[in-house]
Design a protein around this ligand. Structure first.
Ligand code: 3HC
Length: 695
């Protein structure tokens, strides 16, 4: 099937990339573009060619799904498409609207001229997929805009606006009005004046003191992106552009690209890209259309979570009323929101206009009746079922009959909460993560009565407010916190066996987690973990229970907020210092229990903590709490500081091989953990069939 088409506008050929949704360069699409370029060359009536994209993008780059398949290697590869454009003997103009990414920009770099609509986002984001631009972009972009600007774009993967790139010389003209019309006029003018065919391959790379530029970039990579190989490779290829002949640079780029595309890190990052987009799809749910829009939100409960949710909504342009019957809570909320916005303004994260708009979108209400006009009412009160029931009885009476209702509970049974309302179909769980205005994850909890329309509205809302929504069923802790309990249980036990808390944190952070378990719990509040443990102990008396964290809490060590938890904190500091008192307390508990002590390796710490995440994930999948393994990965990537280049706990297990995972879990079973490490039935089955979680 031809995915590009050629139309004649008198003497100008227009080749339209038409491969929805983003004109990605699949093999068929690449072949089709090259065929049209050749046809345009052969037709003597044609004096110039315009390349333009149909739909919402010029081109989103290479077809990512083709990587690691024969189609990705089949000629013409994307680099050859760019070369075909560059080799034409008549002017070729790329006309860019909305988006040109990766191979899309590389194709445009092969064209002799580039025009764009204002506001188009143009970039080389390959590094975010653990890759580098592999279609000549690393060699042509530095020749177009100089080494420094090109290196920055390639290393960070951040797109830039077409106007900026016009200033840098990448875009020859910003077209006002109709792009196609403007581009045809531009191409015809080039032909009329027999303009030179500007081939970037023939240009030099501008830049002063290049060795210093590359040295500084290496330092930056060592500081910020130690963990995976792509960023440093980006520096090497741009260096090649600066110091080696074009063709040699191209060969080096290709060889490096082919190496990177096989790395587990790149595969994990690509998994993460698709996993986030797939999460929004719920099998069997009608497409999201004609949904009553959500423009106004009432939030009941003005604590930390309520404030964070209020700001999230206002940041997305929704009007908010934050309600609390306690006037002191309301005053604290008002001050805290004002502080957050003032600090964002002072740091230049928002401008004065945004500050004014966001601030004015949030109203405060001391009476519950203030929820009466809202399209959506979110309850964010204390985690106590009796309180939730009482609050929902009031919400039920005061909210509009067509309003959607949500609970922000992180632990309680959403079905039981829904039963306190007259129409449980309009209620779901919206589990935001703290700080709600920062964290990207939103667990959308589908109760047994939640209607399809309510769920669809929840999904649409999560997109509108810029969250990654993951649908999950009702269980204790939903996806993320339920798995976290197993992970923490492992971390506590490792300490009883002889690891220090700081060794556990260090090993997991070196592996890539944003924060080890003890630093995380000190930040979240040890008292919160304590309350959860006490509750779970009643529900699951069979599960292993470490008492040493309770002893910390009994001593009032709740973490950062009390100046001491597992770590000790100097006044005003968030940096924890190892505390001899914690070590003494652990030693005392271990001695009372008579637990044998041994040296625990970093490998064991990482392995056990990761394996239990995947094992509990398998149970969650089996029970249908998560729709797919990739959704579990998304939860960990966006809500728990899991390193993106490891793809999430389920993909990590897949990459290890499930048979290996089963074998390692069995090897660790027994001793202190008893059968808590026994492989989950789904994991054992998939392993025995040689399958993966993410298939
Ligand atoms: N390949 C395959 N599918 C792609 C794709 C690509 N390069 N880019 C986007 N898509 C798909 C998405 O998966 C999604 O599919 P779905 O509707 O089935 O879920 C659909 O296109 C729309 O994508 P978004 O939901 O992300 O739409 P947005 O409008 O928000 O964003 C975009 C569009 C800016 C193009 C964004 O999708 C994006 O950043 N895409 C990736 C760009 C990229 O990384 N390109 C480099 C590819 S590697 C490369 O080019 C190698 C070369 O150097 C050789």
């Amino acid at each position: 099937m031809s995915t590009a088409r050629l139309d004649l506008h008198d003497d100008i050929a227009v080749i339209t990339l038409d491969n929805p949704p983003v004109n990605a360069l699949s093999h068929a699409h690449r072949s089709s573009i090259v065929a049209h370029l050749q046809a345009a060359e052969a037709n003597n009536r044609i004096r110039a060619v315009v390349l333009i994209g149909a739909g919402d993008a010029f081109c989103g780059g290479a077809e990512i799904r083709e990587f690691n398949t024969p189609a990705a290697l089949a000629a013409p590869i994307t680099r050859q498409v760019a070369e075909a454009a560059e080799a034409l003997k008549k002017p070729v103009v790329a006309a860019i609207h909305k988006v040109a990414m990766g191979g899309g920009l590389e194709l445009a770099l092969g064209c002799h001229y580039r025009v764009a609509s204002a506001g188009a986002a143009i970039g080389l984001p390959e590094v975010k997929l653990g890759l580098l631009p592999g279609a000549g972009g690393t060699q042509r972009l530095p020749r177009a805009i100089g080494a420094a600007a090109a290196l920055d774009m390639i290393m960070t993967g951040e797109p830039r606006k077409s106007q900026d790139l016009a200033t840098l010389g990448l875009i020859d003209s910003i077209i006002e009005g109709d792009l196609l019309h403007g581009a045809i006029g531009y191409a015809r003018a080039l032909a009329d004046r027999a303009a030179p065919l500007r081939r970037l391959r023939d240009e030099g790379v501008a830049g002063d003191n290049l060795p210093a530029l590359f040295a500084a970039a290496r330092e930056r990579v060592a500081r910020e992106w130690r963990a995976y190989p792509a960023p440093v490779c980006c520096i090497e290829v741009v260096e090649a552009a600066a110091f080696r002949p074009f063709d040699e640079g191209i060969r080096f780029e290709r060889a490096t690209f082919l190496r990177l595309v096989e790395t587990p890190e790149s595969k994990a990052l690509r998994h993460a890209f698709f996993a986030e987009r797939t999460a929004a799809r719920v099998p069997g749910l009608a497409p999201l259309k004609d949904l009553p829009p959500i423009q106004s939100v009432a939030i009941v409960g003005a604590g930390t979570m309520g404030c964070g949710i209020a700001m999230t909504m206002a940041n997305a342009g929704l009007s908010v009323v934050l309600v609390d019957v306690s006037s002191s809570a309301l005053e604290r909320a008002r001050a805290s929101i004002a502080d957050t916005y003032a600090s964002a303004l002072a740091r230049g994260r928002i401008d004065a206009k945004a500050h004014e708009r966001r601030t004015s979108l949030i109203q405060f209400g001391a009476e519950l009746s203030a929820i009466g006009k809202a399209d959506l009412v979110i309850e964010a009160v204390f985690e106590d079922m009796a309180i939730k029931h009482k609050v929902f009885a009031q919400i039920d009476a005061l909210a509009r009959p067509d309003a959607m209702l949500a609970t922000n509970t992180s632990t309680l049974d959403v079905n039981a909460i829904a039963r306190a309302t007259r129409d449980p179909g309009r209620l779901l769980g919206l589990h935001f993560f703290s700080p709600a205005n920062v964290m990207r994850l939103l667990e959308i909890v589908r109760g047994e009565h939640t209607s399809d329309q309510t769920l669809s509205r929840g999904l649409a809302l999560s997109r509108r407010i810029g969250k990654v929504g993951v649908v999950c069923g009702v269980c204790d802790g939903f996806i993320g916190n339920r798995m976290l309990e197993e992970y923490l249980r492992q971390a506590y036990t490792l300490v009883e066996e002889g690891a220090t808390p700081q060794a556990v944190d260090r090993a997991l952070e070196a592996w890539g987690l944003a924060m080890g378990p003890f630093r995380m719990m000190d930040m979240a509040g040890q008292d919160i973990g304590w309350a959860v443990r006490k509750r779970l102990k009643i529900d699951h008396p069979d599960k292993r229970y470490s008492t040493w964290p309770d002893r910390l809490c009994e001593a009032g060590r709740f973490g950062q907020k009390t100046g001491a938890g597992v770590y000790r904190y100097d006044a005003g500091s968030r940096v924890g210092q190892p505390d001899p008192e914690t070590a003494r307390l652990i030693a005392q508990v271990v001695a009372e229990q008579g637990t044998p002590q041994r040296t625990v390796s970093d490998e064991e710490i990482v392995e056990r903590c990761m394996l239990v995440l995947a094992n509990e994930g398998a149970r969650i999948l089996h029970e249908g709490i998560a729709l797919r393994a990739s959704d579990i990965d998304v939860v960990y990537l966006t809500g728990y500081g899991f390193p993106r280049y490891r793809g999430g706990p389920m993909l990590y297990a897949d990459q290890l091989g499930l048979a290996h995972v089963v074998q390692r879990l069995r090897a660790y079973s027994g001793a202190l953990m008893g059968d808590a490490l026994a492989p989950a039935p789904l994991l054992a089955t998939l392993a025995s069939e040689g399958r993966r979680f993410n298939e």
